[in-house]
Write a protein that binds this ligand. Structure first.
Ligand SMILES: Nc1ncnc2c1ncn2[C@@H]1O[C@H](COP(=O)(O)OP(=O)(O)OP(=O)(O)O)[C@@H](O)[C@H]1O
Ligand SMILES: [Mg+2]
Length: 271
């Protein structure tokens, strides 16, 4: 017998017939107890097993909207989110939903690599431990090893798993944080400018990693680099002053945008 979530999922296809993972309807965000309207009625279907990028000038609401998806805005005083967001048809803002469990399902990687001041091993083992994902020490070791391998950093750290995660280079730290996100066995990975603190070589490595992760996850990436959005994503949303101006196939957005504002932004006229 299929569950309600299964039925909802099977009916969620986007205009091109792809599975939809995250469905957003009329999402608004207010800061300062209603004083500022940061996100203004966003509707968006975000695809499963694809990379979606959010672009737009500084302050347009990209991070704010990203934080709606894993309810990170809940932690900001005076911030209110209205509308509906669902994952596989399940309401993210349901009052009975376990937010800790939700954040396990929705991993997040931030602009500045933020490893815990713990060993490399413990950085990765943290999520599986608190969520009880391993039944034995061997299983935990296996999760740590496979996560580091999938994040493309195993060879660089395998002989120093007891060393501190904070002692790695910036690019290594960011891959460590991606490994940490993967280790919790998420379904969706949110990345807020994950390469902005990295050099071009480390950026290239992380972009290759994103390309590989796409086979398994729904990935949403905020980026200021239009080249990066063009390289890594299949779908792109352009935000401006809290509105989603245009959302479509990445190639179409960058070669043939419908909206003048998108055209102005991608041709560097503002932002
Ligand atoms: N914690 C907060 N409290 C009050 N206002 C906020 C807060 N965070 C963001 N804002 C405001 O909400 C708007 C959107 O900000 P947000 O950080 O989402 O933009 P962004 O598109 O991610 O920008 P950037 O590219 O600079 O990271 C801005 O006007 C910002 O000042
Ligand atoms: Mg931001």
């Amino acid at each position: 017998m299929s569950s309600i979530a299964d039925i909802a999922k099977s009916s969620q296809l986007d205009v091109d017939g792809h599975d939809v993972k995250v469905e957003c309807r009329d999402v608004h965000v207010y800061y300062g107890n209603g004083a500022a309207h940061a996100i203004k009625g966003i509707d968006m279907n975000i695809r499963e097993k694809a990379v979606t990028s959010f672009i737009g000038p500084s302050g347009c609401g990209k991070s704010t909207f990203l934080r709606c998806i894993n309810r990170m805005n809940d932690t900001i005083d005076g911030c209110e989110v209205t509308g509906n967001i669902s994952i596989d048809g399940e309401n993210v803002y349901d009052k009975t939903l376990d937010v800790v469990q939700l954040r396990r399902r929705i991993g997040m990687v931030f602009q500045k690599p933020n490893p815990f001041p713990k060993s490399i091993f413990d950085n990765i083992a943290y999520g599986p431990r608190i969520h009880g994902l391993a039944n034995s020490k061997d299983e935990l070791t296996e999760i740590v090893e496979s996560s580091l391998k999938r994040a493309g950093i195993w060879n660089e750290v395998k002989d120093r798993l007891d060393a501190s995660g904070t002692g790695l280079s910036g690019g290594q730290q960011q891959r460590l944080c991606i490994a940490r996100a993967i280790a919790a066995d998420p379904e969706v990975i949110l990345m807020d400018e994950p390469c902005s603190a990295l050099d071009p070589i480390a950026t290239g490595i992380v972009e290759e990693l994103i390309e590989e992760l796409r086979e398994k996850y729904c990935i949403i990436i905020v980026t200021h680099s239009m080249q990066q959005a063009a390289r890594v994503s299949q779908k792109t949303g352009f935000f401006h002053l809290g509105d989603l101006i245009e959302f479509g196939d990445t190639e179409q957005i960058f070669t043939n945008p419908v909206e003048q504002k998108t055209q102005d932004y991608i041709s560097g006229r503002y932002g």
